[in-house]
Design a protein around this ligand. Structure first.
Ligand code: ATP
Ligand code: MG
Length: 137
């Protein structure tokens, strides 16, 4: 069954959106197979966003991801990678539709609340980076 890595970023945790976000995935019918609260180091954040290291916002992005606790999760179900991204909304919250997580709760691209894997390969790599195999139920 398809699995994706979803993280509630430090802004989402700080703003009290954990339950709201989990509820949306649960109500859709997806299954939570792993969850933990982690405070990533800068080095770990750089590993997570490794593919963006040439971008001008990389340093700010990884500073931000490592600025506080993050809710790391793995969700399972048919089409969860692509549909999860649809539920999250566009990268820039002002370009996200209302009804999406970023569309409903965010304004700034650098404070967009949630991360979701962008494809099957990334999902596999990100799950392996954030979780030990025995943490997946
Ligand atoms: P994420 O990977 O966090 O789920 P995404 O896949 O929608 O987001 P990416 O292109 O992977 O978008 O960018 C990763 C993160 O980098 C974005 O969520 C955003 O916070 C930040 N980012 C992307 N583009 C910009 C930009 N132009 N300026 C500032 N920050 C940006
Ligand atoms: Mg991405």
């Amino acid at each position: 069954l398809e699995r994706t890595f979803i993280a509630i970023k430090p802004d989402g945790v700080q703003r009290g959106l954990i339950a709201e976000i989990i509820a949306r995935f649960e109500r859709k019918g997806y299954k939570l197979v792993a969850i933990k609260l982690v405070h990533p180091t800068k080095d770990f954040a750089e590993k997570h966003y490794d593919d963006l290291k040439a971008r001008p916002f990389f340093n700010g992005l990884t500073d931000f991801l490592s600025s506080g606790p993050v809710v790391a999760m793995v969700w399972e179900g048919q089409g969860v990678i692509k549909y999860g991204r649809k539920m999250i909304g566009a990268t820039a919250p002002l370009a996200s539709e209302p009804g999406t997580i970023r569309g409903d709760f965010a304004i700034a691209v650098g404070r967009n609340i949630i991360h979701g894997s962008d494809g099957p390969e990334t999902a596999k790599d990100e799950i392996a980076l954030w979780f030990k195999p025995e943490e997946l139920l």
